[in-house]
Design a protein around this ligand. Structure first.
Ligand code: HEC
Length: 117
């Protein structure tokens, strides 16, 4: 239960706490910066990813996990969203995000290659 207040604090921090009279312009500017460090930064997929995955925390890098692990992380995040009252992405957006993350994911660990390790 400790996570919930922490996540809410992050949420308010990211929202910039009432400093701007033009939240939409500020949000667009922020999205541009968040996109800049990502693969396929001009794509709709990257934009949907930032919109959905930069709410409670900074959007992760797709290279944070390998392609096999991302579906599990998305599953955990959907639970976080349900717990914290953040609307879940529509199925179509979820599929786009997952494809995007898996396409750009970290290569799988080379663990099995060594034989008897
Ligand atoms: C409702 C709030 C919320 C949203 C929206 C959200 N997350 Fe998270 N995320 C969390 C919380 C809370 C944690 C830390 C605890 C945990 O791992 O569940 C976290 C942690 C993470 C981590 C670190 C996990 C680890 O084991 O290091 C990754 C990666 C991540 N989120 C990816 C995403 C992606 C991708 C999306 C978009 C689909 C997303 N998050 C959307 C709440 C959220």
């Amino acid at each position: 239960m400790k996570l919930i207040p922490i996540a809410f604090c992050t949420l308010f921090l990211l929202a910039g706490c009432g400093q701007s009279s033009s939240p939409t312009a500020a949000a667009n500017d922020g999205v541009q910066k968040l996109l800049a460090g990502l693969p396929e930064s001009d794509s709709d997929a990257a934009k949907i990813f930032v919109r959905r995955c930069n709410i409670c925390h900074l959007r992760p890098q797709p290279t944070a996990f390998d392609a096999a692990t991302w579906p599990k992380v998305i599953g955990l995040m959907k639970r976080n969203m349900a717990n914290l009252g953040v609307p879940l992405p529509p199925a179509q957006d979820e599929a786009i995000i997952l494809d995007y993350l898996r396409r750009n994911a970290r290569p799988p660990e080379a663990r099995q290659q060594g034989g008897q390790g």
